[in-house]
Each structure stands twice: as C-alpha cells, then as structure tokens.
Design a protein around this ligand. Structure first.
Ligand code: PEP
Ligand code: MN
Length: 229
C-alpha cells in the first residue's frame, strides 16, 4: 500500500483509488481485505495527503465508510442499477463515482445517477469503463462517444477507466490519451508496484514508471486543449 501511495503521489495524481471490498466474478477469487484493508489504504494515502476512492458494494458498509472518512465512494459497474444502494448513497454528501453498467445505455446510466441526485446528493462523477461488445481482442469496448454525450446532457464531471476497458496494461496509455483528448475530466488507472504479483487484475496494472511516463504525456495533451492535470 505504501509503495502504491508513493507511486501515485510521485506521478502527480490527485487521488488514490483502492478496493477493500472487491466485486469478483468468482466467489473463490480474492475478495479484498475488508475494513482492515480500508485502514491500511487510508493510512498509506494520508501520508501523502491523497484523498481516497473506494468501492461500496453493500449498503450495510456505508456507515463504516463514513466513519473511515472515505473521500469518494465508487459504485462499480455491477451495481450501477442497484437502486437501493443508489438511494442510500444519495442520502449522504460524499461524492460518488458512478461507473457505467457493463451493458448499460447512456440513458440507463443517467437514470441511475438520477436515483442518487433525487435523494439529495448531487456530487456525482460519471466513469466510462467500457461496455460489453462482440469483440474479444480486449476486455471491454471503450465508449469515447459517451464522454461527449454526457458532457452535453449534464453538467457533471466525466472520467474514464482505461484499465477495465482494455484489460491489458499496454493498451492503457493509448486509451488514456484518447480520453483526455476527448474531454474527460479525469482518469481512473490501475497501478501496482509489481503488477506480476497483483492479486486482482494483474494484466491491466501499470507499474510506477509507466504511470509516471503516462502522466507526463497526458499533461501535454491536456495543455493543448486548454486544460491541466
Ligand atoms: C474496479 O474499478 O475495480 C472495478 C471492479 O471496475 P468495474 O466495476 O468497472 O468492473
Ligand atoms: Mn480492478
């Protein structure tokens, strides 16, 4: 955790994302370290003044998240239409990253955000993370077009997760550059100090050097379109 936090801070990222509760496809895969993991994560991030983002899967953990000062709650693709969960995160003011359901249309995604907003929490960030398609050469098809549509339809920030889209670390720089060029307000990139040893999503994690190089390139692209990182 400390090595990851060092890498995130050194590359100039503004927040750190880590999962203590993991939505794994198989019940036998590593499920995360739970509350203890959240504490390890918070300690490592705070040493660098990095706000933390972490995924909430179960409404019964919401109070624990608030007690542990989670700065941003992530709702993952598998819970985008978990309406009861959306209603509950709507009743707090903690910002919510709402990832796109893996086969959700943009209007379904907007309605999911509406569940949060209708309950009083307007601090919503959309995260495009690729959609299921007929293609098998990569994990999900990154929908760059969604960035433009959401920016037209809402006033809310839109970020992109190139890691779960491509599913391979070597695709992440290309997809990240495309997202920033298309107007994304941020990126959610998977990083691990030693990707080969990661217990989850090892194929798609960048190492600290790769993150650093990518951040440098992205700064240039952002500047060209009148923004900064
Ligand atoms: C994640 O961000 O760790 C994750 C599981 O992503 P998604 O919900 O987009 O599959
Ligand atoms: Mn992941």
């Amino acid at each position: 955790m400390e090595q990851s936090a060092n890498a995130v801070a050194a590359a100039g990222c503004s927040m750190m994302r880590g999962g203590a509760f993991k939505p794994r496809t198989s019940p036998y895969a590593f499920q995360g370290v739970g509350v203890e993991g959240l504490e390890m994560f918070q300690t490592a991030a705070k040493a660098h003044n990095l706000p933390i983002v972490t995924e909430l899967m179960d409404v019964r953990m919401l109070d624990t998240f608030l007690e542990h000062n989670v700065d941003v709650i992530q709702i993952g693709t598998r819970n985008m239409q978990n309406f009861d969960l959306l209603k509950e995160v709507g009743k707090v003011q903690t910002p919510v990253i709402l990832k796109r359901g893996m086969s959700a249309t943009i209007s379904e995604w907007l309605m999911a955000a509406e569940y949060i907003a209708a309950n009083g929490n307007h601090n919503i960030i959309f995260c495009e993370r690729g959609v299921r398609s007929f293609e098998t050469a990569y994990r999900n098809m990154l929908d760059i077009t969604a960035i433009s549509v959401l920016k037209r339809e809402t006033h809310l920030p839109v970020i992109v997760d190139p890691s779960h889209a491509g599913g391979k670390a070597w695709m992440v720089p290309d997809l990240s550059r495309a997202a920033i060029a298309a107007g994304a307000d941020g990126l959610l990139i998977e990083v691990h100090p030693h990707p080969d040893e990661a217990w989850c999503d090892a194929d798609q994690a960048l190492n600290p050097d790769q993150l650093n190089t990518l951040m440098g390139e992205l700064r240039g692209i952002a500047q060209v379109i009148g923004r900064d990182l």
